[in-house]
Ligand binder design. Structure first.
Ligand code: SF4
Length: 448
C-alpha cells in the first residue's frame, strides 16, 4: 500500500510526546507518510489526563472530525495515551470514526493496530482491557531506523513507566499503571542510537525517575552514572524527581559527573505539612528543605524548579501562607504552579472541604505574582555572568536570534547564525526577564 498517510496530534506532557515520536518512527519505517491532518487516512490523537483541560480539548477536537467523516469517511481516529485510558470507551461509543483506543501501556501494539484499522476500516479495536501490569514496549532496529523527534540535538529517553506512589490528587497510577523500569540495555542502546544521530543532550524521563530500578534490583544513581559516561554525550538531565526518593547517592553523581547538568526539578507540591499528608506525599517541609540544602551545597550553580498545587481540599489561609513562605525561603528558579483540579477516581476528589474555584485561582495568582518577582531577581543577578550554552534552535521571535539553555536549564536568547545550531557557545548575559536571559556570544564553538 504505497499511500498510507497518517498524522499525530499530541495534547500532553513530555511522556506523551516521547510515546508519539516512537509510533511516528515505526510507522515511517514501515512506509507510512506523515502528512497534514487534512490529508491523513489515520489521525492518532494522544493526550494526558493529568489536567482536566487537556481532556476537554481532546473531546472538542474529536467532534471536529464529524463533517469530514460525513463527507469522505475519513479520517479514522486512533485515541491513545493516558487520556484514552480514561475516556476511550466513551469516545468509541460516541464517534463512528474513533476506531482504535489504547492506553499508554499498549504503545508496542499500536503500529500493528493502526495498520489493522487501515486495512479493515470497519473494525474497531479496544486495547484498553489488557493487563494493567503488562507493558508492551515499542522497540526498533537501531541500525535501520532514525528516531523521529522535535529537536535534533536534544532528546528524551523514558526510563520507567507508571507510578506506585498514589498521591491522592493524581490520576497517573490509575491511567499509566504500576511502576515498571525499562531494562538498562534498552536505555543504553536507545541513547547510543540518539548520540550517533547527533544528539548532545539526553533527558531521562519518568513520572518518578528516582525510583528507577527498584523492581529490577538496580538504582537510579547507577543508571545516571552509566549514561553520564556514554561516549559522545555532552549533557544529561532527568525529570521528574520525588523528594522522598531523591537520595544522597543521586546527589553524589550530580556532584561528580561533569556531564550531569546542575539542574533539578523537585516537586514540593505544598508548603504545609498538613496538606502534604492529605496529598499522601511522604515527606515534611523540613525534610524537603534538608534535601535542597544538601544538593545546593554539593552542586554549585544549581537551577532548581518545583511543582506546586494551591487550593487543595481543606487548604486554609495558614496552609496557603506556608506555601508562600516556602517560595520566599527556598527561592526556586521557577515554579510550575497549578490550582487544584478534581480528577474523578482519585481519593482527593472525594475529600471534604473543596475550595471554590475563584478562591483557588486567586491564590494561584497571588503565588505567581510572588514567584515572578523571585524569578526576575534571580535572573537579574546573573547579568554579567558567562554560561556555556547548547544552541538548540532559532529563537521563537526575531531575525538572526538563536536560543539555547544554560547547564542550569535557563533559556538564553542571543544573536548568531544558523551554523551554530547544535554547538556549544559561551554566552555573556546582558539582561534578564522572568522567563529568559538575553546575552551575546563571547567566542564561538567551545566543544562539539
Ligand atoms: S509521584 Fe505522585 S504526583 Fe507523581 S506521578 Fe506518582 S502519584 Fe502522580
Amino acid at each position: 500500500m504505497p499511500d498510507k498517510k497518517f498524522c499525530v496530534k499530541v495534547y500532553g506532557c513530555q511522556m506523551n510526546v516521547y510515546d508519539a515520536d516512537r509510533v511516528r518512527t515505526v510507522l515511517s519505517s514501515r512506509g507510512w507518510q506523515e502528512v497534514d491532518e487534512s490529508e491523513a487516512d489515520i489521525v492518532m490523537i494522544t493526550g494526558c489526563s493529568v489536567r482536566a483541560k487537556a481532556e476537554q480539548k481532546v473531546w472538542s477536537e474529536l467532534g471536529l472530525y464529524d463533517a469530514s467523516w460525513k463527507k469522505s469517511q475519513r479520517p479514522l481516529v486512533a485515541l491513545t495515551g493516558c487520556i484514552a485510558q480514561r475516556i476511550g470507551e466513551n469516545a468509541l461509543k460516541r464517534f463512528p470514526y474513533v476506531r482504535l483506543v489504547a492506553g499508554p501501556r499498549h504503545i508496542g501494539l499500536l503500529p500493528n493496530a493502526i495498520e489493522q484499522i487501515y486495512e479493515h476500516p470497519k473494525s474497531r479495536l479496544n486495547l484498553l482491557d489488557t493487563d494493567a501490569r503488562e507493558f508492551h514496549s515499542l522497540d526498533f532496529d537501531s541500525d535501520n531506523v532514525t528516531i523521529k523527534r522535535e529537536n535534533k540535538f536534544k532528546a528524551y529517553i523514558t526510563i520507567a513507566h507508571g507510578c506506585d506512589n498514589f498521591c491522592t490528587y493524581c490520576i497517573v497510577p490509575y491511567v499509566r499503571g504500576r511502576f515498571v523500569s525499562r531494562k538498562p540495555e534498552e536505555i543504553f542502546s536507545e541513547a547510543e542510537m540518539l548520540i550517533k544521530d547527533g544528539v548532545k543532550e539526553i533527558t531521562l524521563l519518568g513520572q518518578n525517575v528516582n525510583s528507577y530500578g527498584k523492581d529490577i534490583n538496580l538504582n537510579f544513581a547507577w543508571l545516571l552514572r552509566q549514561v553520564a559516561h556514554m561516549e559522545g554525550l555532552k549533557r544529561v538531565r532527568f525529570v521528574t524527581s520525588l523528594p522522598q526518593d531523591f537520595t544522597e547517592d543521586i546527589v553524589d553523581v550530580m556532584a561528580s559527573e561533569p556531564t550531569v547538568c546542575p539542574s533539578l526539578n523537585l516537586p514540593i507540591q505544598n508548603g504545609s505539612d498538613r496538606i502534604l499528608k492529605l496529598m499522601n506525599r511522604k515527606y515534611t517541609y523540613a525534610e524537603y528543605l534538608e534535601k535542597i540544602k544538601l544538593v545546593r551545597e554539593r552542586v554549585p550553580g544549581l537551577g532548581l524548579t518545583t511543582d506546586l498545587i494551591v487550593g487543595f481540599p481543606g487548604e486554609t489561609d495558614e496552609d496557603f501562607e506556608a506555601s508562600m513562605n516556602a517560595l520566599r525561603e527556598i527561592k526556586f528558579d521557577m515554579v510550575h504552579s497549578a490550582a487544584y483540579s478534581e480528577r474523578d477516581g482519585t481519593p482527593a476528589a472525594k475529600m471534604e472541604g473543596a475550595l471554590p474555584m475563584d478562591l483557588r485561582l486567586k491564590r494561584l495568582m497571588t503565588l505567581n505574582e510572588l514567584q515572578d518577582k523571585i524569578t526576575l531577581e534571580i535572573n537579574q543577578a546573573l547579568t554579567g555572568k558567562i554560561f556555556e550554552v547548547l544552541v538548540d534552535g532559532p529563537a521563537p521571535k526575531g531575525e538572526n536570534l538563536l536560543q539555547g539553555r544554560t547547564p542550569s536549564d535557563k533559556v538564553v536568547i542571543f544573536e548568531g547564525g544558523k551554523n551554530l545550531l547544535g554547538e556549544f557557545v559561551n554566552v555573556k548575559i546582558n539582561s534578564a526577564e522572568a522567563w529568559c536571559l538575553h546575552g551575546e556570544i563571547l567566542k564561538t564553538e567551545v566543544k562539539n
